[in-house]
Design a protein around this ligand. Structure first.
Ligand SMILES: [Zn+2]
Ligand SMILES: [Zn+2]
Length: 387
C-alpha cells in the first residue's frame, strides 16, 4: 500500500478551515475526479475516494482531533479509519445528499451515477421483514431449527407479478420511455451536467398498468402466510440479528424480495444464569452436608448431573462442570457450567437443635481457620470467569 497523503493536502485546505470551506473544497475535488466524468483516467476513482476519505475525517470533530494529534496512525482499526481499500463507492455516494443537498443538480447527478450511470434502471428490491424470536437457554446453547410463520408479500400468481389483467403486457411509460428516470441537462458554473430524477408518471417503474389484475388489484403481489424453516446456530445472544435472504417482501410489480431478519430474544432460565458462554448455578447445601460431604443433583442445560461435595466444602466454593455450557457461536468450543456453593445457615432453630449446636459452639474444629495461602473471593472470581 502506498503511503497515504495528508488529508489537508488532498483537499488543499489548512487546519483552521471552516466547515463551509471544507465542504466547498471537497465538492470541487469530487466533481473534478468523479469517475463518470473521467472514464479514461484510471487514477480518477482513486483520487475521488481519497478526497471522500479526507472529507469524512476532517468533517468529523472527533476524527479530526485524532488525526491532528496522531496523523494516519490515529485513524486505524475500529477507531473509525479506513482500511487499505478506503471507503466504498457506496459510502461515498451516501454522503452526497449531505454535501450537495438533495435538490441540487449535483446531488441527483451523483445518485444517478450510483446506479451505474445514465438512465439505466436498477432492479427494485422489496422491503425487509423483521421478526423477534424467543429462545430458551437450551435452544441458545445447542442451536435449534425453527419453522417461522410470517405474513409476506409474494408475487401474484394470477398476473405473474406485473399487475395487469391475466398477466397481459403492460404499457411502457411514454414519459420516460421505460427507463423510469427523466433526464435534463443543467448548466452549472462547471459546465453542462446531466441531472436525472425519478419519472413522475410511473414512479420509476418504467411501465404503466392500464387494465388491473383482479387478484392483486394491480399490485403484482399478494399478502400470504408462509412457513419458513430456519436454522439457528448455537451460541446466539440477545439482540443478535440473523438474516434469511430473499424471504422478505417483493416490491410491487416485479423485483427481488427483501430479506427476513430475525432478532433473537433470550428467555431467562429459572435456574441457570448465562455469563458469556458459561452458565452459573447457585447451589444451596446444608451446613451438615458441607461439613460431612455428600453427592447432589444439579440442573444443567441438558438435564440433571450429579456432583460430589467433598467433606469440608466451604461456602463460596465454585465447581466447574466442563463443557456443560453454551457452544461458541461459529466456533468449536463450548463453555462450562459453574456451580457456586452456598452453605445454608439455618434461620429458625428448635430448642433441641439449638442445644445440640450449643454443645459444638466451642468445639475446636468448629473455630474458623481460613488458610492464608488460599485465594480470596476476588481472585477466585477472576480465575473462574475469565480464565
Ligand atoms: Zn396479480
Ligand atoms: Zn415513466
Amino acid at each position: 500500500m502506498a503511503t497515504k497523503r495528508d488529508y489537508y493536502e488532498i483537499l488543499g485546505v489548512d487546519k483552521n478551515v471552516s466547515s463551509e470551506d471544507l465542504k466547498k473544497a471537497y465538492r470541487k475535488m469530487a466533481i473534478k475526479y468523479h469517475p463518470d466524468k473521467n472514464p479514461d483516467d484510471p487514477t480518477a476513482e482513486e483520487k475521488f475516494k481519497e478526497a471522500a476519505e479526507a472529507y469524512d475525517v476532517l468533517n468529523d470533530p472527533n476524527k479530526k482531533a485524532r488525526y491532528d494529534q496522531f496523523g494516519h496512525a490515529g485513524m486505524g482499526g475500529a477507531a473509525g479509519g479506513y482500511g487499505a481499500g478506503g471507503p466504498s463507492m457506496e459510502d461515498i455516494f451516501s454522503q452526497f445528499g449531505d454535501v450537495f443537498g438533495d435538490d441540487s443538480p449535483f446531488g441527483s447527478f451523483f445518485r444517478g451515477a450510483q446506479g451505474g450511470g445514465g438512465g439505466r434502471q436498477r432492479v427494485r428490491r422489496g422491503s425487509d421483514l423483521r421478526i423477534k424470536l424467543k429462545l430458551n437457554l437450551q435452544e441458545v446453547a445447542n442451536g435449534v431449527e425453527k419453522k417461522i410463520k410470517v405474513k409476506r408479500h409474494v408475487t401474484c400468481n394470477t398476473c405473474g407479478g406485473n399487475g395487469s389483467k391475466n398477466g397481459t403486457a403492460v404499457q411502457t411509460c411514454s414519459t420516460c420511455q421505460g427507463t423510469g428516470q427523466t433526464r435534463k441537462v443543467v448548466n452549472t458554473m462547471l459546465g453542462q451536467m446531466v441531472s436525472t430524477s425519478t419519472c413522475p408518471t410511473c414512479n420509476g417503474e418504467g411501465k404503466i398498468v392500464t387494465d388491473r389484475c383482479d387478484a392483486c388489484f394491480g399490485e403484482g403481489r399478494v399478502l400470504q402466510e408462509d412457513v419458513i424453516p430456519i436454522k439457528i446456530p448455537a451460541g446466539v445472544a440477545e439482540g443478535i440479528q440473523l438474516s434469511v435472504g430473499s424471504k422478505g417482501n417483493v416490491p410491487p410489480r416485479g423485483g427481488v424480495a427483501g430479506d427476513l431478519l430475525i432478532v433473537i430474544e433470550e428467555e431467562e432460565d429459572a435456574d441457570l444464569k448465562r455469563d458469556g458462554n458459561n452458565v452459573v448455578f447457585d447451589l444451596y447445601v446444608s451446613f451438615v452436608d458441607a461439613a460431612i460431604g455428600t453427592s447432589v443433583e444439579v440442573p444443567t442445560i441438558d438435564g440433571k448431573a450429579r456432583i460430589t461435595l467433598e467433606p469440608g466444602t466451604q461456602s463460596g466454593k465454585m465447581l466447574r462442570l466442563k463443557g456443560k455450557g453454551i457452544k461458541e457461536l461459529n466456533g468449536y468450543g463450548r463453555g462450562d457450567e459453574i456451580v457456586h456453593v452456598n452453605v445454608w445457615t439455618p434461620k429458625v432453630l428448635s430448642m433441641e437443635e439449638k442445644s445440640i449446636l450449643e454443645q459444638l459452639r466451642h468445639s475446636p474444629n468448629f473455630q474458623p481457620k481460613p488458610n492464608k495461602n488460599e485465594k480470596g473471593f476476588f481472585d477466585k472470581m477472576k480465575d473462574f470467569f475469565h480464565g
